[in-house]
Design a protein around this ligand. Structure first.
Ligand code: KG4
Ligand code: ZN
Length: 350
């Protein structure tokens, strides 16, 4: 067994997991995991309030680590390394998790592995599907990021595309807010969309047809707002039409990326919170099949933020000999591909 304690606290989920890096199935790899959502605390504000998030992490994380070790039937002495998200994310929350991991590492004399949250998402499909081999083409769609990357190995990423304004999850969350569906928005929009007509409301498909596979969702969000203000459409039709427009964009952009990616990709892979969306998975399934590639998507619970993916990324890194000094810094911004060229347009979230 190669036991890794994983800690996640970069946004509004506090999570801890014990991972066996030598496990050969998903069930054997996740020895124990716990997750506490802060949805209730943030709901009145319609989005995550960083200070509330950081305080909630402080309250929850310590007892949660004790509980997850008890669930796994081990003590801290039994773990081989402690992995924690060191960024990118809301810096107060990241610091809570990273400082906790540092204290545990120091007290128990264990190696620390500082994990990039995006690498957690990027490698989560390998946690879920032990047969997934590098290199693969990854669509990473979360609340803060919307990128297409070639994943050649641990720490080896080439970014083919990013968003020039909003992330896909952000577009879902803003649409939910416009429709008064509350927070978090993605699952609520998906539920309402099932009751609507995806062709009822004419909405734009920003950047569809452009040669580079980048994304843009700000114009779509404004069009959703105008459609709502017009007062003539059922909310379910707006939700369904929004989701269809967003998915049309994602499929078109991913098709361009598949055409420009290096040869030898073993699979089309989708990860990050929005990968929990069943309509998105269905649309990508068809796209992958048309390129004779399998679509690999983690189970929905491993798509949204969790500590199993952080523990797994830590396990992959630790197996390659990587660990980090105890003074490693928390990073609010931490791109997977440092060499990616800046993209034209304002407010790029790389
Ligand atoms: O990966 P994640 O949990 O946190 C970040 O790292 O950002 O992603 C959260 C995002 C939110 O924007 C949420 O609305 C979206 O993923 N999301 C969904 C669904 N489930 C979560 N979007 C669309 N459909 C869903 N079923
Ligand atoms: Zn995330």
């Amino acid at each position: 067994m190669a036991l890794i304690l994983g800690i996640e606290s970069s946004c509004d989920e506090t999570a801890a997991a014990v991972i066996d890096g030598n496990g050969t199935t998903l069930a054997a790899r996740i020895v124990a995991q716990r997750i506490a959502s802060q949805d209730e605390a943030h709901r009145p504000y319609g989005g995550v309030v960083p200070e509330i998030a950081a305080r909630a992490h402080v309250e929850v994380l310590g007892p949660m680590v004790e509980a997850v070790l008890a669930d796994a039937g081990i003590s801290l002495d039994h773990v081989d390394a402690i992995a924690a998200t060191a960024g990118p994310g809301l810096i107060g929350g990241v610091m809570v998790g990273l400082v906790t991991a540092k204290a545990l590492a120091m007290a128990a004399d264990k190696p620390l592995v500082a994990v990039n949250h995006l690498e957690g998402h990027a490698l989560s499909p390998r946690l879920a599907d032990p047969s997934l081999q590098y290199p693969y083409l990854l669509l990473l769609v979360s609340g803060g990021h919307c990128q297409i990357l070639e994943v050649a190995g641990v720490g080896r990423y080439r970014r083919l595309a990013t968003t020039i304004d909003d992330a896909l999850g952000e577009a879902f969350d803003k649409t939910a807010k416009i429709l008064g569906l509350g927070y978090p928005g993605g699952p609520a929009v998906e539920r309402l969309a099932r009751e609507g007509n995806p062709r009822a409301v004419p909405l734009p498909r920003p950047l569809v047809g452009s040669g580079e596979p980048h994304f843009s969702f700000a114009g779509l969000k404004s069009a959703v707002m105008r459609a709502k203000d017009a007062g003539i459409h059922a909310d379910a039709d707006i939700a369904a039409s929004f989701q269809q427009a967003a998915l049309d964009c994602v499929v078109d952009r991913t098709r361009i990326a598949l055409a420009t990616a290096a040869l030898g990709m073993t699979a089309l892979v989708v990860a990050g919170g929005v990968a929990a969306n069943a309509a998105l998975r269905g649309a990508l399934e068809a796209l992958a099949a048309s390129h004779n590639l399998p679509l690999v998507a983690p189970p929905p619970k491993l798509c949204t933020d969790n500590a199993a993916m952080i523990g797994w990324a830590g396990a992959e890194r630790f197996a390659l000999g990587y660990s980090d000094p105890l003074d490693v810094a928390a990073r609010p911004r931490w791109p997977l591909d440092d060499n990616a060229a800046p993209v034209r347009g304002a407010g790029v979230k790389a």
